[in-house]
Design a protein around this ligand. Structure first.
Ligand SMILES: C[S@@+](CC[C@H](N)C(=O)[O-])C[C@H]1O[C@@H](n2cnc3c(N)ncnc32)[C@H](O)[C@@H]1O
Length: 345
């Protein structure tokens, strides 16, 4: 069972949230152990002051290092010195499901919440705390971010949800978004539930869900398809095409045509593009989104041909990556968001 200790100036705020719903029930049932500690208890002065004016001036107050340090040390005395410490901070690495999975495997964790203008930076250095952000925006205190992180970790613990499917088949777990969900009635405001979901054919339902998961991701968050990898292989399903004997794409309609954005290209670029591949002259698509292509080819020298294409995409700030594999699917070379990685050995 994981134990999470939250160090905060507002323990009651955290307890109130954690006592509700699924997490509250899981705590009562003993599947998770979450404790909230008041940093003010470690103020060490008769006025219980834990903050002071920032050196160098500026608005607001900064939380002092010593009370935080003493609070964390008291927790460490209970759970062990080697416990990981996370400081919720808008300057940290953005939280992802990948990170949640990693943290959910631990058996102990301390989460530190800042407030006001933040905390004296020396304390996180001294504690070796890792900074995690819940997004590129600022809230008034670390409590809501800490509760989000705690909730995300807690729901992955055994016994908290009915089974592992309850979290592993959801958005982000495998780098994709979930398929659309429906419940009764079958028709609502003229919108019917897709027939396949009523068919009782389990295999067909699974197939539909997988397909919709890809489609939803492509529509709502194409950046995830570009960025994510599953088991080390890029998600390239939608724009996978092969190269025929003459070295030209068979399925240019499907893939390469998507690269030439009529609204984006200047006529000079279009001409250049036509030179790159004569099949790209017609039918240019009009929608800007992220691009992900997998080129199956033994021909390494094709790389140069597509480099001009990369330049055009870069110039227009279109996110893309291109992966060259051999016919067996082994990656030869990968261009990832303007980044050229070395071929796999
Ligand atoms: C008002 S913020 C301080 C922001 C800080 N002065 C800065 O500009 O980076 C107060 C506290 O809220 C928490 N906080 C604010 N935004 C956050 C975010 N996006 N993710 C995680 N914690 C956040 C942090 O614990 C922080 O110490």
């Amino acid at each position: 069972m994981i134990r999470i200790d939250i160090a905060t100036l507002f323990p009651e705020m955290c307890r109130a949230v954690l006592s509700e719903s699924i997490i509250g029930r899981a705590m009562k049932a003993g599947y998770i152990d979450i404790r909230c500690h008041n940093i003010r208890d470690y103020a060490g002065n008769k006025h219980n002051r834990v903050d002071d004016k920032p050196y160098g001036g500026g608005t607001g107050m900064v939380m002092q290092a010593q009370p935080i340090y003493d609070c964390i040390n008291a927790i460490r005395a209970e759970v062990g010195e080697d416990v990981g410490i996370i400081y919720m901070s808008p300057q940290g690495k953005p939280l992802t499901q990948q990170k949640v999975k990693e943290l959910a495997r631990l058996d102990r964790l301390i989460i530190l919440c800042g407030h006001y203008e933040g905390i004296d930076c020396r304390v996180t250095e001294e504690l070796g705390a890792q900074e995690i952000s819940v997004g590129d925006f600022v809230v008034t205190g670390g409590e809501l971010p800490a509760l989000m992180l705690t909730d995300a970790i807690a729901r992955m613990q055994e016994g908290v949800l009915p089974n592992t499917d309850a979290y592993s088949r959801e958005s982000h777990y495998e780098g994709l978004l979930e398929y659309p969900q429906y419940t009764r009635p079958e028709v609502w405001k003229g919108r019917a539930v897709p027939q396949v979901l009523l068919s009782g054919d389990h295999a067909q339902v699974e197939k539909w869900q997988e397909q919709m998961s890809w489609q939803t991701t492509l529509e709502k968050r194409p950046d995830l398809l570009t960025a994510r990898k599953k088991d080390g292989s890029p998600y390239a399903k939608y724009l996978d095409f092969s190269v025929n004997a003459e070295g030209f794409p068979d399925e240019a309609d499907l893939a390469v045509l998507r690269l030439a954005r009529q609204k984006l290209l200047t006529s000079a670029e279009k001409k250049m593009f036509v030179k790159i591949n004569k099949y790209l002259a017609e039918k240019l698509p009009d929608k800007r989104d992220n691009i992900h292509i997998l080129i199956k080819s033994e021909a390494r020298d094709m790389t140069d041909m597509y480099l001009s294409l990369c330049d055009i995409l870069k110039a227009h700030k279109v996110n893309f990556n291109i992966i060259f594999t051999d016919f067996a699917g082994k990656i030869i070379r990968e261009y990832d968001d303007f980044l050229v990685t070395e071929p796999e050995k």
